[in-house]
Design a protein around this ligand. Sequence first.
Ligand SMILES: Cc1cc2nc3c(=O)[nH]c(=O)nc-3n(C[C@H](O)[C@H](O)[C@H](O)COP(=O)(O)OP(=O)(O)OC[C@H]3O[C@@H](n4cnc5c(N)ncnc54)[C@H](O)[C@@H]3O)c2cc1C
Length: 518
Amino acid sequence: MSNQATDNRIDEITIVGGGTAGWLTATFLVTALNQQNPDNPLKLNVIVSPDIPSIGVGESTLPIMSSLLELLGINEAEFLLRCNATFKCAGRFVNWDVDPQGNPRTFITPFNSAEHINGYHPAYYFKRFGSLIGKPEYADNIFPSQAVIDAFKGPRTLDMDQYEGAIGYSYHLDAKLFAEVLQEIAIERGVNFISDDVLEVKQADNGFISSLQLKQRGHFPVKFVVDCTGFKGKIIREVLKEPFESYRPYFLCDRALPVIMPHKHPKKIRPATTATGLSAGWAWEVPLYNRAGTGYVYSSAFIDDDTAHDELMKHLGGGEPIFSPGVVKFEVGVSKRNWVKNCVALGLAGGFVEPLEATAIGMIDKAARWLAAYLPDQQVSPEIANQFNKLMDTAQQEIRDFIFMHYYLSNRLDTPFWRAVRYDMHEPDTLIEKFELWNRILPTPDATLGHQMFDWENYMNVLFGKGFLTNTHSPLEASMTLKPWKQYNDMLRNAKDNMLKHLPGHYDLLTHIRNSVK
Ligand SMILES: Cc1cc2nc3c(=O)[nH]c(=O)nc-3n(C[C@H](O)[C@H](O)[C@H](O)COP(=O)(O)OP(=O)(O)OC[C@H]3O[C@@H](n4cnc5c(N)ncnc54)[C@H](O)[C@@H]3O)c2cc1C
């Protein structure tokens, strides 16, 4: 077949915005679409304002990230060095819930799948026989991750290859440096970088975006645009007027106060993102190699900025911040459609749910992969757009529900904020239906069929962590016997012992990897 017959793809895409969304999308597209076929490249432009800064936060990631870096052909050691990145083996939730005595509880959400026992998840045995090691938390009885995290170990031995791990991991990274690395790779691979401001966006009679008016270059015709302009959504919201579906009925937090702190113990880097419940929201702690990214996500209806600052500093236990960019105000919600006419909105322009589960970069990653798979044809056929929008809808709704669950299932009732998130919020039907079922049986793999972001094990980690499954007893549990559960415990103990013996400290591993870069 001739090229003419097969090559019906659009031949030029213009991305506006050079934050994580803009550069990640550009790097993904240039790699996925042009690397194999350099003689017939898709033209990719990235237009970035020299004056409007990118948001610069967004430092914790999902496990999908390592597969992305590998796919992009990025050397992991160089990435770790250049982005001051560290490994993340789990999310760690502190003081979101209390035990029966009212003391704060901590649980983790590891990135591993459990080995099954006789074809069944060990959760059934844990439910039937309880902990054999005297530790009440689910994750401790199922995975080795807690032991690795508590010992500040890295996820791999010194002689393992890049992207290998004794346990699953993702990364913490410096968002600004990551965007710089991506920009360099994208340009090297042929992306056309234009430093300029989009002042005006022009539409054709059919509403399609036809050109951009740039401050320096003037008239710039476009065939297909990706709006990565951050919260304001310069094209999708301001020009195409796509409605914004607010998530305010589900969430109360609307501000964040990021603070960059020095490490208290520079050689003790915890391989986990910590989210600690405070009086009117929660504080994050994302340890990088050279410093810690921290901050407070809170509801302005329950605390003012100054009090939030004081509470955060008290929580951090003192110390002089390295940098504090000031309060970030945000609106939670999503663009009703992400793909409208010949424009796709990604990153913050497409929507934002608070950063509790570090989903935003993972969502950009997914969206970039979908954009490559659902690459517009020259007619920009609506059938392709519709399918893309369906995938985005599913993922965004999942993220909404998954994060909502953390608040809604909390048993903290000590401040007005925690009482409000428990009792006053709109409950998503999609989730409540699942809770009805999971009150009676444990989640099963089919519970998350068709899901894009979180699977049933992710749900189990949170549901056990929050005590939701404490009183759930699946009929299936009655079929379990003690012996295989004891064997599982022996296997887990050996795995933990082995890891604690052979895995290097997280800081030592990172230093070793950084030193290996020529
Ligand atoms: C407090 C907080 C914590 C977060 N934590 C996490 C986390 O841990 N993990 C995670 O995955 N995500 C997190 N996120 C989300 C994450 O920060 C973003 O998803 C990510 O940084 C992508 O941002 P962006 O590229 O969409 O927008 P921005 O970074 O805002 O970039 C916008 C770009 O558009 C350009 N631009 C704007 N207007 C114009 C114009 N007119 N002409 C030309 N260029 C223009 C700007 O110059 C800039 O380059 C967090 C967000 C917040 C608010």
